[in-house]
Design a protein around this ligand. Structure first.
Ligand code: ADP
Length: 716
């Protein structure tokens, strides 16, 4: 700002200087011609009356020469451009010319006079000469007056004083007084003129700036894409630019003096308009408000408004200035994006719902297939070939069950229905469990497995889900490994209380471009079709780790192996007590020895296939059982018969498993062990069963061994 000001000040000074120099040179053609004429007249008058004719001639030619040079100088000046004219050297040249002219005229009295000429008439001639000569220097600058008058008059005064006559003394005194007053007056004129020039130029500059501003304003007003509208406090339009015409469809003449609200606001927006008006009347500017407007043809458009009240000197609102930008396209795009997002979410939701219900539907027949297959495995009358076929069915069924469970997980995560129970998970507990579960698979594939189950410390995670993630990573490390390879698990403490768990294999590795897609669901990359898999394990693992506030990463080298790492909050330096029950993988436990029992068990189950299955399983274990087809029937049966244990499905018509358990407990029967048969083993499901008053839960498809051990636990 400061530099801007100094800049414009120096520009002004330069303009003043140019003006001054122009003023100096401006009068020269007239004053020089007048001077020449007077010089010639004086020469004529003095011709033959001066002591030396030769000196007079020299004087004449000198003075004419000076005039000539100064005229050329003046001509040259007129040919210069502004920049050059404002150079100070021109002023200096003019001053020098003036001083030389002064000296020339000052020499006039020194030419001497002949006896025929009366002395005083000679002096008068000289005086006239000096005064006439000063014509050539007529300018507002006091310096030029001084530079001319001082040599011209003082030489005359000096000459007069030499004469020592009273006339000449008096004349010289008058001349001195004249010089004094002329110089004083000249100085004053100079100051005033200087001031006038400055004021005039400043006014010029201001006027020009205002004019420029008006031009710009008019240009903006006409060319801006913003509708610029002004209206008075009666809401009558006073300004309506081209963009406003284009935006709202009313021409300037149609809009002026019309009520703005009636013209461009839809009828039903009067409440919002009132609110806006109130804000403006409170001297509040409105910026970026999006308002629905209407065009002349009644089409609704969306405009973004910037509105400011205009005030007078007394700070009273005299009008409103408003700018509007048509954002209909943007708004429509936004609405379209929101709509398509909603549609995509709906489609995704529908997909998740479909997957989830499909998986549920698949589970029921699958339970039957797996359950009956397991029963058949104990059938002693079957041939070896038949047993081998049953094993195939069992393997395929288990794979299908795994897929169904994973799809269910994915759907639950996407729908946000998956709940985690975060706790301090002892790493040694977790590693012990996963090692036990993965060891048989590693041995089957001739791989060495290196997991240190003595690891200290904990991580903050959901125990079941952490195990699920680690089992997925470990089973992948086994599945995608090479003959006699190895799988190892490494743990390290990172700063900020982070624990990094890495699962490293010696498999064939994954190329860098495929690594980008590895966490996408249903993407099996280039996995050989002989290797069993569904392609969703890693996708679920990633989402689960992130839900546990952790991260998962992968690095891999072709033909060397891969390393999958998860990072979770935790600490390796703290020894944690064993908190979780370690479970051996059921399939690895010795086959259940079927035993007889006198206990009477009530089974509540609505699905006919499941009914047959569970009754057959209980029979195979040597238990007698009665069947109730729903919760209500179970309650009725319990009125007349005493049972030692209740096995109940959770989802049944009339009275479901939860309600059944609650009613039994509410009726005062606290002792009866109630075991739920649930679709999954998630903590939230178990918690719901326990809340309803049940003692335990067995996950479908019911494994004979689990059924046996659970019954034994509660019946003994
Ligand atoms: P899948 O059921 O196919 O194993 P995942 O989601 O667990 O599904 O893995 C996705 C794909 O990533 C696999 O099909 C496989 O191609 C690749 N993959 C996963 N882990 C490894 C690994 N340790 N080594 C090589 N490839 C792997």
């Amino acid at each position: 700002m400061e530099s801007l000001k100094t800049n414009s000040d120096s520009q002004l000074d330069q303009q003043i200087r140019l003006e001054e120099i122009r003023l100096l040179y401006g009068g020269t053609p007239f004053s020089f011609s007048a001077s020449v004429v007077i010089t010639l007249i004086i020469y004529n008058v003095l011709l033959g009356h001066v002591a030396s004719q030769q000196n007079l001639n020299i004087w004449l030619f000198t003075i004419l020469g000076v005039m000539f040079i100064r005229s050329i100088d003046s001509y040259l000046f007129s040919k210069q451009d502004k920049q050059q004219q404002s150079q100070l050297s021109w002023r200096r040249r003019f001053f020098i010319g003036t001083a030389i002219a002064g000296f020339c005229w000052g020499f006039l009295p020194w030419l001497g006079y002949s006896a025929e000429v009366e002395y005083f008439s000679f002096i008068i001639v000289c005086l006239v000469g000096v005064i006439a000569g000063s014509l050539s220097t007529l300018s507002y600058r006091w310096e030029t007056i001084a530079l001319f008058l001082l040599p011209a008059s003082l030489l005359l005064v000096f000459r007069l004083l030499i004469e020592e006559q009273s006339f000449s003394n008096a004349t010289s005194f008058v001349l001195l007084v004249f010089i004094f007053f002329t110089l004083t007056a000249g100085k004053k004129i100079f100051n005033n003129t200087q001031q006038n020039i400055r004021l005039r130029l400043e006014a010029d500059i201001r006027e020009r700036a205002i004019e420029l501003m008006h031009q710009k304003h008019a240009l903006h007003l006409q060319n801006t894409p913003l509708a610029i509208i002004e209206f008075d406090i009666d809401l009558n339009i006073t300004e309506w630019n081209k963009a406003a015409e284009n935006m709202f469809g009313y021409s300037h003449s149609e809009a002026i003096d019309e009520n703005i609200m009636r013209l461009i606001l839809p009828r039903d927006s009067s409440v919002e308009a009132e609110k806006l008006w109130e804000r403006l009347l409170n001297y509040e500017a409105v910026t970026g408000s999006i308002i629905e407007n209407k065009t002349k043809s009644g089409i609704p458009i969306f405009c973004e408004w910037f509105i400011t009240p205009l005030t007078n000197k007394q700070n009273e609102i005299v009008g409103i200035a408003a700018m509007a930008l048509d954002i209909t396209d943007k708004k429509q795009n936004e609405l379209a994006i929101i709509k398509s997002k909603e549609e995509a979410e709906k489609a995704n939701q529908a997909k998740s719902d479909f997957l989830s219900s499909m998986s549920h539907e698949l589970r029921t027949p699958l339970n039957a297939i797996l359950g009956f297959t397991q029963l058949l495995k104990y059938e002693k009358t079957l041939s070896e070939k038949q047993h081998s076929h049953i094993n195939e069915i069992s393997n395929a069924g288990n794979l299908l069950l795994k897929l169904v469970n994973q799809i269910l997980d994915l759907a639950r995560i996407e729908k946000g229905h998956l709940q985690l129970s975060m706790e301090k998970v002892s790493l040694s507990d977790c590693f012990k469990d996963v090692r036990a579960m993965i060891l048989p698979l590693a041995e089957k594939n001739n791989l060495s497995l290196d997991i240190n189950i003595e690891t200290n410390g904990y991580v903050i995670a959901d125990y079941t889900r952490l195990k699920q993630v680690m089992l997925n990573l470990l089973s992948n490390a086994v599945k995608y490994n090479v003959e006699n390879g190895s799988v190892s698990l490494k743990v390290l403490q990172k700063e900020n209380d982070l624990v990094k768990i890495c699962i490293i294999d010696t498999g064939s590795g994954i190329s860098q471009d495929l690594l980008q897609e590895i966490f996408q669901p249903f993407n099996r990359l280039n996995a050989a079709s002989t290797i069993e898999g569904t392609g969703i394990g890693l996708s679920i693992s990633k989402q689960l780790v992130e839900m546990m506030n952790g991260t998962i990463s992968v690095s891999s080298t072709i033909n060397k192996g891969s390393e999958f790492c998860i990072e979770l909050t935790g600490n390796l330096n703290i020894i944690t007590a064993l908190e979780h029950e370690s479970k051996m993988p059921l399939s690895e436990q010795p086959i259940a020895t079927v035993s007889a029992s006198d206990h009477n068990i009530l089974v509540a189950e609505d699905n006919p296939t499941n009914q047959t299955l569970i009754l057959s399983q209980l029979e195979a274990l040597g238990y007698t059982a009665e069947l109730a087809r729903n919760g209500q029937e179970a309650l009725n049966k319990m009125v007349n018969t005493e049972y030692q244990l209740l096995l109940t499905d959770c989802n049944m018509p009339l009275v479901d498993g939860y309600k059944l358990a609650k009613t039994i407990r509410d009726r005062g029967n606290k002792k009866l062990p109630i075991i739920a048969l649930t679709a999954d083993a998630f903590p939230e499901r178990k918690a719901k069963c326990i809340r309803a008053g049940m003692n335990d839960q067995i996950t479908k498809p019911v494994d004979l061994q689990t059924l046996k051990s659970t019954l034994e636990k509660y019946l003994n």
